[in-house]
Ligand binder design. Structure first.
Ligand code: G6P
Length: 368
């Protein structure tokens, strides 16, 4: 299989730019675009309607997709979700109820800790489902049902298009679960599915922020530490942003849920500390903005990722605003991923690090 970079300097840039198509392609597997209904093709070995709990395990970026999914399944399907990184989950000996559903998320389908978690759950009599980008993998063979991400081979070590494809599939599955459990109406199903179909165009618009991102990246490249803040379903996107920045640029970055700022990390904030706030307009944005004011009052340099509606409510003290198109808040975490990927990519390529193969990292970690 020959994959080239096309007109891009790195595979990672190419993969970031493929996302309007890879999200659309993945979505077309899970929903019927003409009727705005979910349409799962896989035969399910379990019934969403009677499920008591969903257990999700994954590593790295895939684990953040799992955390976003927790917000979705709990909110739209009222299904309790446990999510943990596989390296912790596998040794915790968590008690699992007979007949529960365990879901494993992995681009490669080969990550050692995720596979061990899968085998543990199989041994505990769980239904085993995987969300994979590699249909020929070990996890695929050991799962009762495989949900695909259809984004093609991902070459860049740091996952980008696989993550947004995982989110797209998980969002569709959460809607399917909500329909089966009677927690969303036919009209809500249509609205949620429709909002997913708006993503490819919105992602293209987000990619057009590149010029502004490059300017910000020049300044970020001089930072020693960067803090990412987000609330609710934006918290895992803040985590993904921090992970991408540290693995690509080797700048220390960490993410915090915005409400926890005052319980510690605010002590670190000074004029030298860029703070990236992921806050598209939603019912939590006002709370995040007030956390942001606490950062501004201490001289922190705020880079706000919001949308056209959120932009109207931004006050003083914000150094930069990256403005996304307004989309339904259900799909906003998928869209907000694009600027955090671009920020990490441009900061790293500005610094001249090996973007596609960062030091010490491997694409697929098949040893513990
Ligand atoms: C490595 C990669 C990450 C990826 C993680 C999980 O650490 O660098 O980008 O998220 O493995 O990989 P998987 O193949 O299980 O999704």
């Amino acid at each position: 299989l020959l994959v080239d970079k096309g007109n891009h300097r790195h595979f990672m840039a190419k993969e970031i730019y493929e996302q309007p198509e890879t999200v659309s392609h993945t979505l077309s597997h899970y929903v019927d675009m003409s009727s705005d209904k979910v349409a799962l093709r896989e035969a399910l070995p379990f019934d969403f309607a009677t499920l008591k709990r969903l257990t999700i395990s994954a590593c790295g970026t895939a684990s953040y997709a799992g955390i976003v999914a927790k917000y979705w399944f709990e909110r739209y399907a009222r299904l309790p979700v446990d999510v943990d990184v596989a390296s912790e989950f596998r040794y915790r000996e968590p008690p699992l109820e007979q007949g529960g559903l365990s879901l494993f998320i992995s681009q490669s389908g080969e990550t050692a800790d995720t596979l061990a978690a899968l085998r543990y759950c199989a041994g505990q009599g769980q239904h085993i489902a995987s969300l994979l980008n590699s249909p020929e993998s070990t996890m695929a063979r050991e799962s009762q049902v495989v949900f695909p991400t259809l984004c093609g081979p991902e070459i860049g070590v740091a996952s980008t298009k696989a993550f947004t494809a995982q989110l797209t599939a998980l969002a569709s599955l959460a809607v399917a679960a909500g329909v089966a459990r009677g927690t969303i109406s036919a009209q809500q199903e249509a609205e949620l599915v429709h909002s997913l179909t708006t993503l490819p165009t919105a992602i293209s618009a987000a990619l057009a922020l590149e010029g502004q991102v490059e300017d910000i990246a020049k300044r970020l490249s001089k930072a020693k530490d960067v803090l990412y803040l987000g609330r609710g379903q934006m918290y895992p996107i803040a985590m993904e942003g921090a992970l991408k920045l540290k693995e690509l640029s080797y700048i220390h970055a960490e993410a915090y849920p915005a409400g926890e700022l005052k319980h510690g990390p605010i002590a670190l904030v000074d004029e030298l500390m860029p703070v990236i706030v992921v806050a598209p307009s939603d019912e939590l944005m006002a709370k995040t903005l007030s956390n942001m004011q606490e950062v501004a009052a201490r001289g922190g340099k705020i880079i706000l990722i919001t949308d056209e509606v959120g932009k109207q409510t931004v006050g003083e003290g914000v150094a930069e605003v990256l403005v996304l198109p307004k989309v339904a808040s259900f799909v906003a975490p998928i869209l907000a991923t694009i600027p955090v990927q671009l920020l990490a990519y441009h900061t790293a390529s500005f610094m001249g690090t090996d973007v596609d193969q960062p030091r010490n990292l491997a694409k697929s970690v098949t040893v513990e």
